[in-house]
Design a protein around this ligand. Structure first.
Ligand code: A2P
Length: 277
């Protein structure tokens, strides 16, 4: 397998650019899916307290026999723990579920601007960072106005902003804002929850390279410099997605994919998402 390149975060921590996401994988299937992903060569697993499947991720890590420092693990604070004084307990609950004593990246899952004070939450995540039990900290689903607030009101720049990005939502303004502030962009639902795979323009590019649509879309993410975390419960698709590593799209093809439009979200709008769970 071609080596997975790394992205270097603003505190020097390195992240494998192509990871494996476990959103929507049921708890009872998670351990087997992550075990298969690790066996195929994935070394970056993305979970969250709200997915309810951290335990399966931890079981698979231990079962893999791989040294802990060869696997990059991200998890996210559940929204029910957003008061600064609750963040450490939320974090420790994730460590318990994972069976780990540190994570590589810890994220605020959603800004919840209509119901919470995410600046306070971010201060709680800074508290966790100071204990050394998260090698890097960041946010997820933050829009520019949310990032501006934590940049101006607190001391730490997030290492990552994990947001919905795919060819139908290229997010170039937010990605540029992230880049201008040294924040790495990480794409969730990089395949658009598979909704884009039938697009005829992508099919034409894929045919030109003798690749699949999923490989072309993931390649687009990688060449744009983003971290991407596709999810699959099927081993042959996990393997197929690693096939994004060893070919190159032209700049024209990348621009064509970016311009597919019109923009449409597959997931919630971060400005209105307000579920406390
Ligand atoms: P499955 O888990 O049944 O393999 P995203 O990560 O963008 O949210 O997309 C995840 C969805 O895309 C899942 O429904 C997953 O289905 C599907 N998927 C993942 N990889 C591929 C692939 N290479 N080809 C087709 N569908 C894929």
């Amino acid at each position: 397998m071609t080596a997975i390149p790394s992205v270097v975060l603003n505190n020097g921590v390195e992240v494998p650019q192509l990871g494996f996401g476990v959103f929507k994988i049921p708890p009872y299937e998670t351990s087997a899916a992550v075990a298969e992903a690790l066996a195929l060569g994935y070394r970056h697993i993305d979970t969250a307290a709200m997915y309810g499947n951290e335990r399966g991720v931890g079981d698979a890590i231990r079962g893999s026999g791989l040294p802990r420092d060869e696997i990059f693990i991200t998890t996210k604070l559940r929204t029910a723990r957003y008061r600064r004084e609750d963040v450490t307990a939320g974090f420790e609950q994730s460590l318990d579920e994972l069976g780990l004593d540190f994570v590589d990246l810890y994220l605020v899952h959603w800004p919840l601007p209509t119901v919470c004070n995410f600046v306070d939450t971010w201060r709680g995540v800074e508290d966790v960072y100071r204990t050394g039990r998260a090698r890097a900290i960041g946010v997820s689903n933050f829009e520019r106005e949310h990032l501006r607030r934590i940049l101006s009101e607190t001391g730490t720049i997030p290492a990552v902003n994990q947001i919905e990005v795919h060819p139908f939502l290229p997010q170039d303004d937010l990605r540029a804002f992230n880049a201008d502030h040294g924040i790495a962009t990480e794409a969730w639902s990089p395949l658009g929850r598979a909704g884009i795979l039938a697009d005829p323009n992508i099919a034409a590019i894929a045919a030109r390279h003798s690749r699949t649509a999923a490989q072309v879309i993931l390649r687009w993410h990688l060449q744009r410099g983003d971290i991407a975390i596709p999810k699959s419960t099927h081993g042959h698709r996990m393997a197929e997605n690693l096939g994004a590593l060893d070919f190159t799209l032209t700049e024209t093809e990348i621009a064509e994919i970016t311009g597919l439009g019109p923009a449409r979200r597959m997931g919630p709008d971060p400005n209105v998402f307000d579920i406390l769970s």
